[in-house]
Each structure stands twice: as structure tokens, then as C-alpha cells.
Design a protein around this ligand. Structure first.
Ligand code: DGI
Ligand code: FE
Ligand code: FE
Length: 396
């Protein structure tokens, strides 16, 4: 009886695209494959220097891409392997798992030409055939050269020439261009939903704000804002807060920081912003409120929670939302801050949000006392409220 046939499609799949799927479908038909196994790579030794997307995201994208094709399936063997992953380990493991199958390890021509640099490449042939996919047979005339002992294990197949590359797709997403028809719809949705390949410096919407900020702020302050965005991003992941909201609030929080006192007073008058007596004599206590107004009026940010986080980032207030807390803290612990104790506070920020916030507010208050400054009641209310809450949590 004929052995069942299996194709092995390894790859980074960052992201998987229609080119991969068309190749898999083509060879699976040509070779009467019963199964094509997609194996997203773990930590590929050949791509050490490149930044690779979180493996679980790559796994999910492949899963979505192959759903609905009963011959296609996915394996975690490389993702779950500790340390570097080598193809030799993978094909050996597959041979143990599926001894009854005739196997074809599918690879592109360029990769095949590198094969001799792979770990134990000769042994690979004892576990599987290799199936080289190429755009044109002319280019592969000499492909067996140097592989005399393994000729019978090397197959070459022409597949449709589809010029789609993962790199190209990542660039398109970064530039906010469409990737429709390049990847399956479900993969496109996954990328959008999880904001994969969007890097803040490059994404269009925030880019506009950033370039405005760069003009308005002194270089050091601009750097601070980038730091707060970074800190807000990691805190939002840790504390399950909407990452996009956190980034936007961080982006705007010090928007008016380098305005001078007269401009702030004028802006407030023109925009019907009222300040209490303590605030109206201190530009530090005004910059958050004005930044809120600019974000709302000039950049159409309407989310109340984002706007409050911008407004109250300096003093805090009673009953702060999680996002407000997070922005206050991100401002305090961002990577460019270097006051004594900042590392300890960073540590606490990822363990106990309220505790970290109290410590940060205490730090501010101590600083204000030393400077002989007036403490705004909101700063005190924020602290008292948090302490009450924390003791209620402990008591209840
Ligand atoms: O804008 P940043 O420098 O990134 O940080 P921030 O907005 O938290 O603080 C700005 C300044 O405002 C800082 O020097 C501390 C000061 N500040 C914070 N709370 C109070 C305050 N100043 C007074 N007078 N009263 C407060 O309650
Ligand atoms: Fe500020
Ligand atoms: Fe700030």
C-alpha cells in the first residue's frame, strides 16, 4: 500500500501570507499530499539579529490562515522547543511522530542554496525528502550540484510566481496601506485587531502629533514624551488597559509643557478654561488642562478617559481611573527618569499599581515641601483616596 504523504512547511510566518498558502496548496495537489504541516519557527538561528513578532501572534495568524483547509494543520514543535531551533531536530521529531508518512520538507530555492550552512544538514535527508519550490526550472538546473549522495531525495517543483513577501506586508501595515488580498481576511483582521507591525513612530495618525510635538517641545521634553509612551505601553500590557488609549494619553500629556505662562493664560481665557486660585498662578498646574483642550479641539480626541488622564496627570485626583493612574505613573517612571529610588518604583509599578502610585505621589509631595511649594488639594485627595482604598481592600 502507498504510504501517506506529508508536506512540511516551516517558516517564520511573520506574517503568513497568500504566497505561502498558494505554494502549500500547489505542492499538496502535485504530490497528492494527505497532510501539510505548518511549523512556525521558534528562535531561528539564521535570523538572530532581526526583530521577530511574538511567537504566539505568529502562531495565531497561521491558525487563522489555514482554518477551513482540512489537509492543512499546524504544529507547535518549534515554538515550544527551548533554545535555538534547528531543522534537523524538527525533522527528526516529525519522523518519530509520523513514521508512516513519506515526507517532503518544502523550501524555497534561496534557502536551499544555504542548506550546507545548516546544522547536520546531511542527516536531514535521513528523515525527509526535500522539495524545492522555484519560479523557473532554468534557475535550478545546477541545484543538485554538491548533493550527489542525496539526489534521489531532492525534488524540484515549479509553483506560480507570486511576489508577496512578509517584509513587504509589514512595511505596508506600518505605513497604514492596505494588505487586502495579500493575506487571508482573518489574518488581516488579526493584524489590525492586535496592532501587529504598527510602530508608533511610523503609524500615520500618531506620527502627525509627534511631528507637531517635535516642533513645540524642547528636544529633552520630546524625548521624555517618547519615554512616557514606552512606559505607558508596557504598563498597559501589564495592567490590562487599552494600549492605544494609553499611548494617546501619553502622547498628549505634556503637549503644552513648553508654552509660557502668558500664552497659557491667554489660551485659557480664549477657550473658557477656568483655573482655581492655586492653579492660575502656576503654569505647572495648568499644562495638563490645556493639553486636554488641545487634544480635544485640535486632534479630535473625544474619549473622556483619555482626556481625563491628560488633564490630571500632574496632580492626580480622587477616584482616578486605571488609565489615569497608569499615565501618572508612566510620567514618573519613564526610562529617562533617573532620581534615586526610580528603579524600585519601576519594580513596584509592575507589582502593585496603587502602591506604586502612592509612592509616586508621596515623592511629589516631599519634593514640593522641600521647595516650599503649595500642594494642590487634588494631589492630597488623590493620595488620601488611594490609601483609603488600599486599606479597604486589605480590610475587606
Ligand atoms: O510635566 P512633567 O515634568 O513630566 O511632570 P508633571 O506634570 O507630573 O509635573 C510637573 C511639575 O508640577 C513638577 O515639578 C511637580 C509639580 N507639581 C505636581 N503636583 C503639584 C505640583 N506643583 C504644585 N505647586 N502643587 C502640586 O500639587
Ligand atoms: Fe506634565
Ligand atoms: Fe510629563
Amino acid at each position: 500500500m502507498k504510504k501517506p504523504v506529508m508536506g512540511i512547511m516551516g517558516g517564520t510566518f511573520d506574517p503568513i501570507h497568500n504566497g505561502h498558502l498558494i505554494i502549500a496548496e500547489t505542492v499538496s495537489n502535485l504530490y497528492n499530499m494527505d497532510k501539510v504541516l505548518f511549523i512556525p519557527s521558534g528562535d531561528p538561528p539564521h535570523k538572530q539579529n532581526l526583530k521577530i513578532t511574538e511567537k504566539e501572534d505568529r502562531y495565531e495568524m497561521v491558525k487563522y490562515a489555514i482554518a477551513g483547509n482540512e489537509k492543512f494543520s499546524i504544529s507547535r514543535i518549534e515554538l515550544d522547543r527551548k533554545g535555538k531551533t534547528y531543522t534537523i531536530d524538527t525533522v527528526k521529531e516529525l519522523n518519530d511522530m509520523y513514521p508512516e508518512y513519506e515526507k517532503f520538507f518544502i523550501m524555497g530555492e534561496d534557502a536551499f542554496r544555504q542548506l550546507k550552512t545548516w546544522k547536520d544538514y546531511e542527516k536531514i535527508f535521513s528523515y525527509t525528502n526535500i522539495l524545492i519550490v522555484t519560479r523557473s526550472f532554468n534557475m535550478t538546473m545546477d541545484i543538485h550540484k554538491g548533493f550527489d549522495d542525496f539526489c534521489s531525495k531532492i525534488y524540484v517543483t515549479k509553483t506560480p510566481f507570486i511576489e508577496i513577501s512578509s517584509t513587504h506586508i509589514r512595511e505596508k501595515v506600518e505605513k497604514n496601506q492596505s494588505i487586502r488580498y495579500l493575506v487571508p481576511k482573518e489574518v488581516e483582521d488579526y493584524i489590525k485587531r492586535n496592532k501587529i507591525y504598527i510602530n508608533l513612530e511610523n503609524s500615520n495618525k500618531n506620527n502627525l502629533v509627534l511631528s507637531d510635538l517635535k516642533n513645540k517641545l524642547k528636544p529633552k521634553r520630546y524625548k521624555h514624551v517618547l519615554g512616557v509612551i514606552e512606559a505607558a505601553k508596557s504598563l498597559s500590557l501589564k495592567w490590562n488597559v487599552d494600549q492605544e488609549k494609553a499611548e494617546i494619553a501619553a502622547l498628549f500629556h505634556d503637549f503644552s509643557k513648553n508654552m509660557d505662562f502668558e500664552d497659557m493664560t491667554r489660551y485659557a481665557a480664549e477657550n473658557e478654561i477656568t483655573f482655581d486660585k492655586i492653579e492660575s498662578s502656576n503654569k505647572e498646574l495648568m499644562h495638563g488642562r490645556i493639553a486636554r483642550d488641545i487634544a480635544y479641539k485640535k486632534y479630535f480626541i473625544t474619549d473622556e478617559d483619555i482626556l481625563n488622564s491628560i488633564e490630571y496627570h500632574t496632580t492626580g485626583r480622587r477616584g482616578m481611573s486605571k488609565l489615569e493612574k497608569l499615565i501618572f505613573l508612566a510620567d514618573y517612571i519613564e526610562p529617562n527618569r533617573s532620581f534615586p529610588g526610580v528603579d524600585k518604583l519601576r519594580d513596584i509599578s509592575f507589582k502593585n499599581l496603587d502602591k506604586a502610585l502612592i509612592d509616586a505621589i508621596d515623592g511629589t509631595i516631599e519634593h514640593l515641601i522641600q521647595m516650599g511649594e503649595i500642594i494642590h488639594p487634588r494631589t492630597l485627595e488623590a493620595r488620601n483616596y488611594l490609601i483609603e482604598e488600599l486599606s479597604n481592600q486589605r480590610g475587606g
